[in-house]
Design a protein around this ligand. Structure first.
Ligand code: PGA
Length: 239
């Protein structure tokens, strides 16, 4: 059995006043040891979060493809690791619209691995259409370096569902999850896009994914903990 995995993505939200929220999430996660939980935070909050709640894996939301250099405003993978991050989200659609193409994302994945970080690679189609599986499979292949390994999680996030309050049909998520497993074998596949506590169980059980990448609903401890608990109560697909 793969272990269920729930990751919060705080995007550009959160300063030090959010530490009590992070602490509540960490406490709830400790009570559900059969669910893996992580929180990806703005780079400025990572070190404080890791220090305040050492039990909860903390991640970044992006990194640069180069290990260092003249890249004003960017954060290198090793800097995230130095701040205490153990994972990083790469290829999020909100980074792709800022200009990250698949080839750059593949270099970022390699940079994150070199820095010892786990990678959560986001893929997803722009528009809801019949070609989605083919489009996303191709995007996945282009977004991975030649040497990727098992410290990889894929988040399937249809762009049209992110932050919109609309969800795909779980049977379409299942078809996508199966196609991605054909590409990657045992890698955990998460679903992301407008997940709430009320919809998470259906996405796991009918969508056949191993967990969820949660944006807005991860900002409140109450709603994120409710999602973690709902995922913990689900039966996961057999590995
Ligand atoms: P959302 O964001 O849950 O707010 O739709 C998900 C994501 O962008 O990862």
């Amino acid at each position: 059995m793969r272990r269920p995995y729930v990751i919060g993505n705080w995007k550009m939200h959160g300063i030090s006043t959010a530490l009590p929220t992070i602490s509540r999430i960490a406490t709830a996660a400790q009570r559900l040891p059969h669910v893996d939980v992580a929180l990806c935070l703005p780079a400025t909050l990572i070190h404080r979060a890791v220090t305040a709640v050492p039990t909860l894996p903390i991640g970044g939301e992006d990194c640069h493809a180069e290990p260092d250099g003249a890249h004003t405003g960017s954060v290198a993978a090793a800097m995230l690791g130095d701040a205490g991050a153990s994972l990083v989200i790469l290829g999020h659609s909100e980074r792709r619209v800022e200009g990250d193409g698949d080839a750059v994302i593949a270099r970022k994945v390699a940079a994150a691995y070199s820095a010892g970080l786990d990678v959560v690679l986001c893929v997803g189609e722009q528009e809801r259409d019949a070609d989605a599986v083919r489009t996303v499979r191709a995007q996945l292949r282009r977004s991975l370096p030649r040497d990727f390994h098992d410290r990889l999680t894929i988040a399937y996030e249809p762009v049209w569902a992110i932050g919109k309050g609309i969800l795909p049909d779980p049977s379409d998520v299942l078809a996508m999850a199966n196609a991605l497993r054909e590409e990657l074998g045992d890698t955990r596949i998460l679903y992301g896009g407008s997940v709430t506590a009320a919809t998470s169980a259906a996405m796991i059980e009918d969508g056949g994914v191993d967990g969820l990448l949660v944006g807005k609903a991860s900002l409140s401890a109450d709603s994120f903990i409710a999602i973690i608990q709902a995922v913990g109560d689900c039966a996961l697909p057999a590995a």
